[in-house]
Write a protein that binds this ligand. Structure first.
Ligand code: ADP
Length: 448
């Protein structure tokens, strides 16, 4: 097992990883930007190195500085968290070439899955259903028109290098297809330096269901059940829950088995998430693999009782999965609300600044993963999430009640948060019925 791990991240996920390391008797090395000198991950790590100015491009994305810190700190491994360099195959490669383990999949698997069109081909080859669409990348307008005619409008144009919703365009009819194609290509070229796009049928009211998978270096692959992340605003997840409130047991089993096939087909190791969209009839279609730990992993930890970060560390060090599939239960219902420093009454405008007063909710079934404290200043440079409020109760109804009371208990003074918005979602009849699709928030609660 490792003696020392560097955490190439900040915020709540850096703390989450430090906590797992400490319980495992592993020392931690933090890195931080000048804007994060007062951050909790810096205070709680055994050692910390400043790696540059506030802007991510000058600090958390600077591979050479992170590697220098790792070498000075004499670490055995690097945990990348999520975001920043977590899905950067080059960084992964550099770590390994410096004889530092990267806690994640191999650079090869990461590279293949990072290209959505390649991932789609792997899904097809692994017998995992994909959304009807083009057979590979689209060459020209004529081909796009032909494919769209075949699968039927509306169609979604997707950038193969895409992420964070960039390079995605909907075309509702042939007259607008060429223009949408050009826009998607341009946006993808500007953002990713790769203008390759493909077509998918655009589902009208999909649910977003993803499956947590963990694979070790010895050929074992287990799923840790599904999460429903349909409560999104502009494709950004707001609330995640497990198990899915509506999928019948045999569909849940089928989607989890499909995810395992995908991970095996890709030769993927460590923790990863296979994302699907699900139509109104319960048909599911692969959309992408996230080759890292995800923000919403605690929801899965609550229903399975497994510490996924510890599992990631053990697996990277060569140990086998700590359990077999039948030892991974799905107990009760768990839910997570992302608490962001944003003003929900002003179109979710980011609201960084100093937290002048803070109280974290507690009590039975409540977990609050956060790096903030009274006197902490939320910097304007990074994403606006200041914490994740997670509840775990025997039933979904009780989880909603506990979440509502925990949201009321949460006190954050000095800045606005999205807590009030979550209360609106959790009391909405559509959410209570477990009936949200990915457009629900934009359709029924936008402008709130
Ligand atoms: P990104 O990597 O940019 O986030 P994804 O492929 O994960 O892109 O898609 C982002 C979101 O877009 C999904 O969560 C889903 O809500 C929606 N989406 C993706 N594909 C389709 C589709 N074919 N039809 C309808 N919605 C889709």
């Amino acid at each position: 097992m490792y003696n020392r791990i560097l955490i190439a991240n900040r915020g709540e996920i850096a703390l989450r990883i430090i906590r797992a390391c400490r319980e495992m008797g592993i020392e931690t090395v933090a890195v931080y930007s000048q804007a994060d000198a007062e951050s909790m991950h810096v205070k709680l790590a055994d050692q910390a190195f400043c790696i540059g100015p506030a802007r991510s491009a000058d600090s958390y994305l600077k591979i050479d500085r992170i590697i220098s810190a790792a070498e000075v700190g004499a670490v055995d491994a690097i945990h990348p968290g999520y975001g920043f360099l977590s899905e950067n195959a080059h960084f992964n490669e550099v770590c390994r070439s410096c004889e530092i383990d990267f806690i994640g999949p191999t650079p090869e698997a990461m590279e293949k899955l990072g290209d959505k069109n390649t991932a789609r081909s792997i899904a097809i080859a692994s017998d995992v259903p994909v959304v009807p669409g083009s057979d590979g990348l689209i060459e020209d307008d004529a081909e796009a028109l032909r494919v769209a005619e075949e699968i039927g409008y509306p169609v979604l144009i997707k950038a193969t290098a895409g992420g964070g919703g960039k390079g995605m365009r909907v075309a509702t009819e042939p007259a607008v297809l060429a223009a949408a194609l050009a826009q998607a290509r341009n946006e993808a070229t500007a953002a990713f330096g790769n203008g390759g796009v493909y077509l998918e049928k655009y589902l009208q009211r999909p649910r977003h269901i993803e499956v947590q998978v963990v694979a070790d270096l010895h050929g074992s692959v287990c799923h840790f059940h599904e999460r429903d992340c349909s409560v999104q605003r502009r494709h950004q997840k707001l609330i995640e829950e497990a198990p899915s409130p509506t999928l019948p047991p045999e569909r849940r089993k089928a989607i989890c088995e499909a995810a395992v096939k995908m991970i095996r087909g890709a030769g993927y190791t460590n923790a990863g998430t296979v994302e699907f969209i699900v139509d109104e009839e319960g048909g599911f279609y692969f959309i992408e693999v996230n080759a890292r730990i995800q923000v919403e992993h605690p929801v899965t930890e609550m229903i399975t009782g497994v510490d996924l970060i510890k599992e990631q560390i053990r697996i990277a060090s060569g140990q086998p999965l700590s359990r077999t599939q039948d030892q991974i239960p799905c107990v009760g219902a768990a839910m997570e609300c992302r608490i962001n420093a944003e003003n929900p009454d002003r179109n979710f405008q980011p609201n960084p600044g100093k937290i002048t007063g803070f109280f974290a909710p507690g009590g039975l079934g409540v977990r609050f993963d956060s790096h903030v404290y009274t006197g902490y200043t939320v910097p304007a440079y990074y994403d606006s999430m200041i914490g994740k409020l997670i509840v775990h109760r025997p039933t979904r109804g009780e989880a909603i009640e506990t979440m509502l009371r925990a949201l009321r208990e949460l006190q954050v003074e000095g800045i606005c948060t999205t807590a009030s918005f979550h209360q609106r979602v959790l009391t909405h009849p559509t959410f209570i019925a477990g009936d949200c699709d990915t457009k629900f928030v934009d359709r029924e609660l936008s402008g709130v």
